[in-house]
Design a protein. Structure first.
Length: 427
């Protein structure tokens, strides 16, 4: 049971799904054919954001070793089987760099959320039509029992490159709405280990806005210490760290909906710092992933200096580094993006023992949009916000399954079935 896959390179710049379709249908360029049990692929030389399921299961099959793969179009074709007990509403999600289109011929999408849309010209297609660092889209569709042909098209223009397709039963708007997301075609393996913080949640301390010009982590620390000395820190308790300035920056992360910072005003809030602390509740020994994303810089660390972070797996700015935490202090127990950026996305691996571990997340905002979110995942689990009472161990289950295909016959049809329905978005 697998997807048929074709990657096409060498047909000029790709700036839209339409360009990708034209490249696939041209018969020209460099073509690589193969199969894959799930859609969870990236360029091993520049993986980019990687999406909800990390690390990626597969490299590009036509990868150009040692170089960024640019202007790549890919199509995956298969048939999804919906068993009688599975009939009804299903949500599908895609993260990709750049755009994508997902088509169920003969079916109609009911709704779309995130960055993409239902194709205005063809209700059987969910898409993010143009260039983006993260398509970050969910769609809901009503699938009766039976076998359903499906096509997923994705393309890469430049820089980081990845794409993934996942689903969950029911109607879900955001990645954080359910823990039942599975890659389409996923077969159950070991237990799913979700990780969160204790029921107390996060203790958050935020400076007032306009604390000078905060360009670096050192500036943020100085502002935080000054506000502490002046008694002006704003304290709050929150079940998770997922903040956005409603006037500028809310909704820019992966996890919606976010809430206003505790220092929120009616204006665009600039030049402030925030420190959040919590007790991480680790259910079993294992390798865990943690990360943050914000505008501007951030840091995630452990107060236990004996904890050593293994490696950074996603480094959107290229500026994030493992080192001694400014707030934690000592050892290689923190990851910092000492940067000014609209997207500090940073994810790392660390081996942890079962039990409770004190953690912190620091953030500062220079100017413009402001948002910050903190997330993690345990063995076999997709990334989720580090939420209060979020730790659990659950038996894994299969995702929607693909019908076995008759040998290489699936490849002969790639790029020919239904592609004309993917049209330019109309706004």
């Amino acid at each position: 049971m697998f997807w048929g896959l074709r990657e096409v390179r060498g047909n000029g710049a790709l700036n839209s799904v339409a360009d990708a379709v034209n490249s696939i249908n041209s018969g020209a360029g460099t073509i690589a054919d193969g199969t894959a049990p799930v859609i969870d692929h990236s360029d091993p030389d520049n993986r980019g954001g990687q999406g909800l399921f990390r690390p990626d299961r597969h490299d590009f099959i036509g990868n150009m070793a040692g170089a960024d793969d640019e202007d790549v179009a890919a199509i995956f074709k298969g048939t999804i089987r919906v068993e009688p007990g599975q009939a009804g509403l299903h949500s599908f999600g895609s993260h990709s760099d750049d755009g994508f289109a997902l088509r169920f011929p003969g079916q109609s999408w009911l709704s779309a959320s995130g960055n993409g849309e239902i194709d205005p010209a063809s209700s059987d297609t969910l898409q993010h039509f143009g260039n983006t660092g993260d398509s970050n889209t969910r769609g809901v569709i009503d699938l009766p029992a039976g076998d359903h042909p499906v096509e997923y098209i994705a393309y890469e223009r430049g820089g980081g490159a990845y794409w993934e397709l996942y689903s969950a039963p029911g109607s879900h708007v955001n990645d954080a709405d359910t823990t039942d997301w599975r890659l389409v075609g996923h077969k159950a393996g070991g237990d799913i280990v979700n990780v969160g913080v204790t029921s107390a949640g996060w203790s958050v301390a935020t400076t007032p806005t306009n604390q000078g010009t905060l360009n670096t982590l050192a500036d943020a620390v100085n502002a935080f210490n000054a506000a502490t000395g002046a008694g002006t820190l704003i304290a709050g308790m929150h079940p998770q760290v997922n903040f956005g300035d409603p006037q500028s920056g809310a909704g820019n992360g992966d996890f919606d909906p976010d809430i206003p910072f505790d220092n929120d005003t009616a204006a665009d809030d600039n030049d402030f710092a925030m420190l959040a602390t919590a007790i991480l509740d680790v259910p079993v020994d294992g390798r865990y992933q943690f990360g943050f994303r914000g505008d501007d810089g951030g840091e995630f660390g452990f107060f236990d200096t004996s904890i050593a972070i293994n490696a950074i797996t996603t480094n959107e700015t290229g500026l994030s580094a493992i080192g001694e935490g400014v707030f934690g202090g000592g050892g290689m127990n923190a990851v910092t993006c000492d940067c000014l950026t609209g997207n500090s996305l940073t994810i790392f691996d660390v081996d942890l023992t079962a039990g409770q571990h004190d953690i912190y997340a620091a953030f500062w905002e220079r100017g413009g949009g402001a948002y910050f979110e903190v997330f993690g995942g345990g063995p076999n689990a997709p990334l989720q916000l580090l939420a209060a009472d979020g730790s659990m161990v659950m038996p894994d289950f299969d995702g929607l399954q693909l019908v076995p295909e008759p040998g290489t016959g699936v490849l002969a049809a790639i790029g020919l079935f239904g592609l004309a329905s993917v049209r330019r978005r109309r706004r």
